[in-house]
Design a protein around this ligand. Structure first.
Ligand code: HBI
Ligand code: FE
Length: 300
């Protein structure tokens, strides 16, 4: 029987398309977390990574992220059980964490976010990958991304991003929208009364980049501007050469809802013109980096 003929009463209520009609999406990549199957050593890897990061982040992460860790009891020890996280998370912002095998196609990813579902990797890295892995594992996703989903405004931004992603696909502007995700959700910094702090999951789940992003003189730190970010190339293989600093999650959310993306996508064309290390005369420069780290790596 094809997906369209599948008995609609069996389709879980949450699989609704953007317009509210049921899309028989049997490719949403959602799997059972199968929490009971994690080994004692996998729980121990989570505990090691958790304790190491929370120690580094206590004066480096945005307090909203640290609050989220507590509110969701991610500090309880062992790999968190999504069913337990979701009781608290849904009550706060309507978000829920769903388990997926790893990276999912962009459209599937956007659709989940648009429906307030965060797709988190079900697997955890091995001890050989403690300091770096390319694919998002459960530590990157649940320690890095999920705590901030307890913040109502950030949750609004993530839903708006998901809806924007589905729209960007229609305009063929995925690259520019991916740059927005990269420089905010993955590698974003935020201004706080106590100074610049980390909120991007790619930083907060990384031992070394949690220090580099705030302390090192090498990278640029530039005030967030939506169009500037969407025009900027980024690194997927190493520390970022530029970090963008927002003043609040409201600034981020407003940027997505107050922008008419059709003319912006027209203006953007299909390039991402600025280099990862660019500093423009129009930039709000917080730190003009030395790029010493990137230069040394290139020379190496
Ligand atoms: N899939 N599971 C998962 N997690 C991600 O962060 C993710 C993804 N697919 C695509 C993707 N991110 C990026 O291309 C976003 O910019 C869309
Ligand atoms: Fe991520």
């Amino acid at each position: 029987m094809t997906a369209t003929q599948r008995d609609e009463s069996r389709v879980p209520p949450y699989i609704k398309g953007m317009s509210g009609h049921i899309t028989l999406r049997d490719d949403d990549y959602v799997i059972d977390q199968n929490w009971a199957a994690y080994s004692a050593d996998e729980h121990a890897v989570w505990d090691f990574l958790y304790r190491r990061q929370v120690d580094i982040l206590k004066d480096r992460a945005d307090p909203a992220m640290l609050r989220g860790l507590e509110q969701l009891n991610l500090n309880r020890g062992g790999i968190p059980e999504f069913a337990k996280i979701n009781v608290e998370l849904k009550a706060r912002t309507g978000f829920e964490v769903v388990a997926v095998p790893g990276l999912v196609p962009d459209e599937v990813f956007f659709n989940h976010l648009a429906n307030r579902r965060f797709p988190a990797g079900q697997f955890i890295r091995t001890r050989a990958q403690l300091d770096y892995l390319q694919e998002p594992d459960i530590f990157h996703d649940v320690f890095g991304h999920v705590p901030l989903l307890t913040d109502p405004v950030f949750a609004d931004y993530m839903e708006a991003y998901g809806k924007g992603g589905l729209r960007a696909m229609k305009f063929g502007r995925l690259k520019q929208l991916a740059a927005l995700y990269w420089y905010t959700v993955e590698f974003g910094l935020i201004e706080t009364p106590k100074g610049v702090r980390i909120y991007g999951a790619g930083i907060s789940s990384s031992k070394d980049e949690s220090i580099f992003a705030l302390d090192d003189p090498s990278p640029n730190r530039i005030r967030f501007d939506l169009e500037r970010v969407m025009r900027t190339r980024y690194r997927i293989d190493d520390f970022q050469q530029t970090y963008f600093v927002i003043r609040s999650y409201d600034e981020l959310f407003r940027a997505t809802v107050d922008t008419d993306f059709a003319p912006l996508y027209e203006r953007l064309g299909d390039g991402v013109g600025y280099g990862a290390d660019a500093v423009l005369a129009t930039d709000g420069v917080v730190t003009h980096g030395t790029q010493a780290y990137a230069k040394a790596k290139k020379a190496g």
